[in-house]
Each structure stands twice: as C-alpha cells, then as structure tokens.
Design a protein around this ligand. Structure first.
Ligand SMILES: N[C@@H](CCC(=O)N[C@@H](CS)C(=O)NCC(=O)O)C(=O)O
Length: 302
C-alpha cells in the first residue's frame, strides 16, 4: 500500500512532501514528512541517500521540518531527510492515563511495546527501522523521477534525532550495527543517553516494556555500547547545551561516556557541551550544519 501525498511544499531548492499512509506495524494511519533536495529534481541520475531525523517528546513531523533548518544542508550535500512521527495516533490508541506529555501520544520512544494495552499500536522501533524505509523505497521506485535520480532509503542511510529521538537514533544505530549494517552514521542532539536511569525513560520503559531490566537493556545505549563492538573508527556525534533544563535530570550524556569506558566505543562518542544553549530548535538548528557535514562524509557525499 502506498502513500497519500497531502502536500508538496517548495522549500529551499527542493520540496517538502507531507505524506500519510496506513501502517500495518502500528495498526494506524501515520504521517511522515520527507525533504527531497534540489539534486533529486535537477541532477540527472543522482543517487540520493537518506538521513532519518527522529523528533523528541511532544513533536509531530512538523517541528523539525519547520525549525531545524535541515533543508539548506540537504541541498548543499545532496541527501533526503525523513521526519517520521513520534508515536501512533488516533482515537483508539491508548494514551498516558496521567495525561502527561512524556508518555503515550507523541512519546512512542522508538521501542516495540510488549505490555498491554500499548503493545497493539506502539511498535515504533519496527515502524521506523523496518516498515517505513521499505515502504518509502517501494513508493519512490514506483513513482520514479523526471531527472532519473534515485532515492536510497535502505542502504546508504544515516540517522539522527533530538532528546527522545536522540535516544531512538543511538539505540537504533547500535541495535542494527552488526552485519548487515543498517546506518552509515549516527548523531544526536541532547539525547536521553541512559533512559533506564532517568524519570522519562523509567516511565516509558516501565509501561511499554514491563519491569524486567533485561528488556530495558535491549534498548538502552549505555548498555548497548558494552555489547556491540565498534568495527573500527565509527564515531557517534552528540551536541548538548549547558542551559538545557533537562540536561542534568533527564538527558545525562556523561553516563553514556562513562558506560563506554573500557569498551570499543571509548573515545568514539564525541560529546560536545555547548555553552549557553538550551533544549529548543534554536539549539538544534545551530548545530545542524555540523551534523549534516558529519553524515555527508559518512554517506560518501564529500
Ligand atoms: N512540554 C513542552 C516541552 C517538551 C519539549 O521540550 N519537547 C522537545 C523535545 S523533548 C521539543 O522538541 N518540543 C517541540 C518544539 O520545540 O518544537 C512542550 O510540549 O513543548
């Protein structure tokens, strides 16, 4: 089944497509935005890799499309950007019984829930890393492009994200690091670096995954770095603002650096503490150019 194109908006040198589709994984209709760079429309036979951007708590695909300023960078280097939603949605989808914004709708945490009533729809790990890329591949192969350019959503791909999405990006990258490898590179903006130990993570993991620590460890980056071997010189790039109100209580990137000590990831997690920046898209957009260049190198674009 394909995608409905809800709108196509000219942005910078390319187009932002707002898409909607029925997901078998979540059992709901899902929204996703995709930025197709200028090379897709103007360069004959260009091969265009994709960068997946996972948003944070309370976001839809719109937040980053409007405020992260990926588009000029995508045009500069020639990659597409995929902005998935942060959870399944709909009247039948269970939400946070406490009505919080840190769990349930807009807070799927990019894991596959195993606990009732969330296990029916909250399958965001499989959705983001499996169903969505495969469906995008099929859809854009079937529509083709006038320039003969092709989009690669499956092989030459990279991943990044913010806060809950920063966790989702690092977790997804590490979980699929072994052969056949999925993402060529990973970066994160203010990630929830060790979710098992902080309130946002404990609430989400407890409700989605149950109370067994072994289930949490399958997703927690601070555990994954201990079990997955860096194949060489792969680096995870992280930026964290020092004025971020969530830095000390919820994000704790130092715990990931600590966890990596004595593992193959020691010295390979490039944590940049940036003075004065907060948690907002003013922070994210300030460092998007550095992250874009990092991914462009790993995607073979420069
Ligand atoms: N409760 C607040 C704060 C949550 C928050 O800061 N969310 C971050 C991700 S963890 C975000 O990206 N918010 C949306 C935005 O800034 O556009 C809200 O709903 O905006």
């Amino acid at each position: 089944m394909g995608f409905q194109i809800e709108s196509q908006i000219s942005s910078c040198g390319g187009k932002l497509l707002k898409l909607q589709h029925e997901s078998e994984t979540t059992g709901t209709s899902m929204n996703v935005n995709i930025y197709l760079p200028q090379q897709y429309y103007k360069e004959d036979g260009a091969k265009i890799p994709a960068l997946y951007y996972l948003s944070g708590l309370s976001c839809t695909p719109q937040n980053a499309s409007e405020k992260a300023f990926w588009q000029p960078q995508a045009d500069k280097f020639g990659f597409a950007v995929v902005f998935p939603d942060t959870s399944p949605r709909g009247a039948d989808v269970p939400d946070d019984p406490e009505n919080g914004w840190d769990f349930g709708l807009s807070a799927g945490f990019y894991v596959d829930a195993t606990q009732s009533p969330y296990d029916k729809n909250y399958k965001m790990f499989s959705y983001v890393h499996d169903e969505l890329p495969n469906k995008l591949d099929q859809f854009f192969k079937s529509t083709g492009s006038e320039s003969g350019s092709t989009l690669d959503f499956l092989d030459n791909v990279a991943i990044t994200g913010h806060s809950m999405g920063g966790f989702g990006a690092i977790s997804g990258y590490l979980k699929q690091y072994a052969s056949p490898r999925k993402y060529k590179s990973c970066s994160a903006f203010a990630p929830i670096a060790n979710p098992s130990l902080v309130p946002w993570g404990k609430k989400a993991f407890g409700n989605y995954l149950g109370l067994e620590s072994a289930q949490w460890e399958k997703y927690d980056p601070a555990n994954l770095v201990k079990n997955i071997s860096n194949k060489g010189n792969d680096v995870i790039l992280i930026h964290q603002g020092t004025n971020d109100p969530f830095y000390k209580e919820q994000l704790k990137p130092h715990l990931l650096i600590e966890a990596a000590k004595g593992t193959s990831w020691e010295g390979k997690i490039n944590l940049n503490l940036v003075d004065g920046f907060d948690h907002s898209y003013y922070f994210i957009s300030s460092f998007v150019p550095q992250h874009a260049e990092f991914h462009a190198k790993n995607l073979g674009l420069i």
